[in-house]
Write a protein that binds this ligand. Sequence first.
Ligand SMILES: N[C@H](CCC[C@H](N)C(=O)O)C(=O)O
Length: 277
Amino acid sequence: MHLRFAKMHGLGNDFVVIDAVRQHVELTPERVRFLADRHFGVGCDQLLVVEPAGQAGVDFRYRIFNADGGEVEQCGNGARCFVRFVHEQGLTAKREIRVETKSGVIAPRLEDSGLVTVDMGVPVFAPARVPFVSDSDAVVQPLDVAGTPVAITAVSMGNPHAVQVVADVDGAPVAAQGPLIENHARFPARVNAGFMEVVDEHRIRLRVYERGAGETLACGTGACAAVVAGIRRELLVSPVRVETRGGELEIAWAGVGEPVLMTGPAVTVFAGEIELA
Ligand SMILES: N[C@H](CCC[C@H](N)C(=O)O)C(=O)O
């Protein structure tokens, strides 16, 4: 199968983006893993597929696959690249689009500044909907991580996140704890593990060990999850600048029941073609 794609990134969280509107695309987990492989394939954290809208009132459908081949519900950095891609490819002339994902509709908008703002929808804290196995709905809960009790906030941005506060993000046990939290039995769909350092009430530093991809240079939904967790823990006040290893995001949230707005860059690195077995 011949495939045209774009290589893009949002703050170093990188993507292979595929137009499945004008080309026939048949993806399998094996093909996704090959495309994502940084030695044998193209290389990316996630693969993003642009499909025609499946319902009225939206412009496109957006499918997201982690490097491990699994399809997931949401990708924030990818949403910013998505709107840049459909614009650059002439798939739409709109600067704000409504996009159907596995976890609902999001609305990315190309700003005059060249940045992209995305309405990422309303965060969900109910454990059963994260999903997080718990008989409590407390904002902060102890999670036993290989014998170490870690205080986490479980929250869904469409995809599941477990956010903890650390004193120093550079020294945080991301490599050691990340995989253990990602695959923790209390997260039946696995989970993205966030490590947040609070600089002040309007600024954090964040690292995320992503479900199905490992530590990435930035995680858009992870930034949203960290900020809403910090606001609910009364450590943060909206808006919040999130410093990731790949650069900065601006996150705004008006409170429980309200959508999260994320603003940041989206970059096209190159266009390519590949023949898939
Ligand atoms: N690893 C995530 C998907 C990608 C999210 C991240 N790249 C973002 O920008 O939100 C998950 O399994 O839920």
